[in-house]
Design a protein around this ligand. Sequence first.
Ligand code: G3I
Length: 344
Amino acid sequence: GASLKDAFNGDFYIGTALDVNQIEEKDPKVTQFISKEFNAITAENIMKSMFVHPQKDKFDFETTDKYVAFGKKHNMFIHGHTLIWHSQLPKWFSEIKDSAEMNAAFENHITTIVKKYKGQINSWDVVNEAVNDDGSLRKSVFLKTLGEDFIAKAFQLAAAADPKVDLYYNDYSMTNPAKREGVIRMVKKIQEKGVKIDGIGMQGHWHLDRPTIQEIEKSILAYSNLGVKVAITELDVSALPSPFGLQGAEVSQRFENNEKMNPYPKSLPDSIQVKLAQRYEDIFKLFLKHKDKISRVTFWGVNDTQSWLNDFPIRGRTDYPLLFDANLQPKKAYYQVLSLKQKT
Ligand code: G3I
């Protein structure tokens, strides 16, 4: 029957994030399902520094090798996520204070990993989430020890280790105007130094009512104007309202205090199912309009049970953000997205 990857073949890659169970092919039915629907993969966690570089002088490539083998076996576009990120760092990396020591560790980290998968990984998130919502640079261990130059330096090292691989900057809230301006300033600095950057990843952790299609479109155009590819790298649409009507840190505070929050459904009600389908249709309509600018659209997980949103912004809440339900059955949103291609 129909599949996402076949429907959008020739437009952009259709990807999914894989967790460790999927990479280790614990269930052959799941493997078959993934290879039917998707032609691109991102490692949800296993390539992050805490897993791949657990000690200063020790890399662990056991699971990442399986990940790359999975992609090759199924003839997929293989994305690397992520080289330099302030989060999910091993302790040794996050505790470096000295800039010379960081310089050496940073270089070893990027060079070793990129060289190891040279010619096998198709694109890398070189730097992830380095910009704040107000457009300034995030205070991370990298900024503290190396200064703002760490960003261009990361791209330079990755390009030297594999000159042919596509190099991306990846972040969330990329439709927020102040952040968009900050990201554009940062990318221009990389380009002005003559350092290679091939793409910008808009994560796409979106909601039923925000950001608007106009805001998303503005960002696709603004990033693309820098002369780079745009990828939608971590797409999901939360089907639930914000707890307490709030977002961010305030939510966890109130949750920890056991404050009463607005109720959320124990299963996906038809009315939200319909809204989710319409939202996904609108989003994919926009992607198709700009398919010449978009290299890849990757969902952040195969189906609803895998989603990180089941634990965010509060633990244990069930969300319904993807196109396939807990039983891997296509939701209304899946058919509505596919129908965009059947109409044309
Ligand atoms: O490694 C431990 C394991 O030892 C332990 O047994 C287990 C028990 O819960 O936890 C494991 O760590 C979890 C880790 O994923 C690896 O599975 C953490 O608790 C969990 O918080 C962590 O969440 C990941 C999150 O990044 C971390 O920030 C999510 O799965 C992953 O979807 C999410 O992905 C990020 C992208 O990388 C960057 N953009 C935002 C996106 C969503 O937060």
